[in-house]
Write a protein that binds this ligand. Sequence first.
Ligand code: SF4
Ligand code: SF4
Length: 223
Amino acid sequence: MIITRQREWQRVLDDLASVGARSVFVVGCGECATAAHTGGEPEVAEARERLSAAGFAVTGSTVPEVTCHAGGVKLEARKHAATIDAADAIVVLACGAGTQTVADAVAKPVFPGLESAFLGTVVRHGVFEERCQMCGECVLDATGGICPVTTCPKGLLNGPCGGMWDGMCDVVRDRPCVHVQIRERLAQQGRDVARTLPPKDHSKKLKPAKLSVRASGPSGSAR
Ligand code: SF4
Ligand code: SF4
């Protein structure tokens, strides 16, 4: 899931001031931002209170099921057309993709209320760890399911680097070196620990990515 955190509140207020907004509509997200406790019903209610306390008229709010779904957000915008029309600006408590989806759907200034931090795993309730940088050419098949691109602070595909000491990371000293972990896991599985990965093909990560899996559309492409 996309892990988000609260954007510095003063920045949100400054954004609203930049367009002279006096009234605001708030959008949350029922998926990732709800799980991250940044854009679910309680956080949207809290944002409404903070906006009211700051002197804004809050015309309404909604928490779409999935805010990065263009069709669903358009329907939601239609459902709330009157209260969105009454607002000078929209604040979105969702990831950057969700915020852009809302900006496409409504003809108002739209501002992010959150920061998109990373793509992560829910380790346990309320605890998240970054696990993937969506590099477009996954190496987990060769690394025992541990991502060195994301988990090694130097992003080294092969390691350990010369700074590893006693199995611990050169950069984040209280963490095991990911390449030691990879070797241990591969050894446990009786697999080749000496394999060296070739350089990554960074053209796989050219932006903006686009992918269609529609039967009638062009064949799927990550670019
Ligand atoms: S190798 Fe690339 S795609 Fe695979 S988990 Fe790591 S960053 Fe993500
Ligand atoms: S010690 Fe291991 S995890 Fe840390 S930077 Fe070096 S190779 Fe990467």
